[in-house]
Design a protein around this ligand. Structure first.
Ligand code: GRF
Length: 203
C-alpha cells in the first residue's frame, strides 16, 4: 500500500512505522513525507531513508483552502493511496478528507473521545486519570472524531506531569500505529458506520 506520511515535529511515529516497514512487517511503501514545517525532524528522518521529503509551510499560502489544495496535490503526486498523519498538527479540509475518504489515519495521545485537542496528555494528567492512552482512528471532517481502529491503555501516576505522561504514552503509540497501518495495508480493515471491523488474518 503506497502511503504518504504527514508530520509537523520529531516524527518518532514515522520512525516506528518506517522501521516496521523495513523489517517487512507492514505491506506498505512510504511514497513521501510532507510537513507544514520546514524544520520538522520528521523530514530529516525521511531523507535518511531515501524517502522524498517535502515541506509545505502553511505560511506560504494565502488561506487554508489554498494550502489544502497544494498539500493534496503533493500527496496525490507522490502516488499515495492512503495517508498517515503522524504528529501532524493541522486540520485537513473537507476536500482532502473526501479525496482520501476512509484512507486517512491519525494518532491521538489520549483515549478518545476523552481529551481531544492539542493537549491530550496534559488534560489527562490534570484530570488525575488512572488510565491514559493513545488512539489510532480514521480521519473525518471533524478533529479527533473518526472511527477508532486501535487503542492502548497507559497507566498514569498521581505525580505525573504532562511531559512524563506524554512520554509514556508515546512509547505505546510506537506500538499501535504500526499495527494499525499493517491492518490497513493488509486490507483487513473495513468500516461499518462508526465501527471498524478487522477481518481474520489470512493463514
Ligand atoms: C505524539 O504525541 C502524537 O500522538 C501527536 O504528536 C506527538 C508527536 O509525535 N499527534 P511524533 O513524535 O512527531 O510522531
Amino acid at each position: 500500500l503506497p502511503v504518504a506520511v504527514l508530520v509537523s515535529g520529531s516524527g518518532s511515529n514515522l520512525q516506528a512505522i518506517l522501521d516496521r516497514i523495513e523489517a517487512g512487517r507492514i505491506d506498505a511503501r512510504i511514497t513521501a513525507v510532507l510537513s507544514n514545517r520546514a524544520d520538522a525532524q520528521g523530514l530529516v528522518r525521511a531523507a535518511a531513508h531515501g524517502i522524498p521529503a517535502l515541506a509545505l509551510p502553511h505560511g506560504d499560502y494565502p488561506d487554508r483552502t489554498a494550502y489544502d489544495a497544494a498539500l493534496l496535490a503533493a500527496v496525490r503526486q507522490s502516488g499515495a493511496e492512503a495517508v498517515v498523519l503522524a504528529g501532524f498538527m493541522r486540520i485537513l479540509g473537507p476536500d482532502f478528507v473526501a479525496a482520501y475518504r476512509d484512507r486517512i489515519l491519525n494518532i491521538h495521545p489520549a483515549l478518545l473521545p476523552s481529551f481531544p485537542g492539542v493537549r491530550g496528555p496534559a488534560d489527562a494528567a490534570a484530570y488525575g486519570v488512572a488510565i491514559a492512552g493513545a488512539t489510532v482512528h480514521f480521519v473525518d471532517e471533524k478533529m479527533d472524531n473518526g472511527p477508532i481502529v486501535i487503542q492502548a491503555a497507559v497507566p498514569a501516576r498521581p505525580d505525573d506531569d504532562a511531559a512524563a505522561l506524554a512520554a509514556r504514552i508515546l512509547a505505546f503509540e510506537h506500538r499501535i500505529y504500526p499495527q494499525a497501518l499493517a491492518w490497513l495495508a493488509s486490507g483487513r480493515l473495513t468500516l461499518d458506520g462508526r465501527k471498524t471491523r478487522l477481518a481474520p488474518a489470512a493463514i
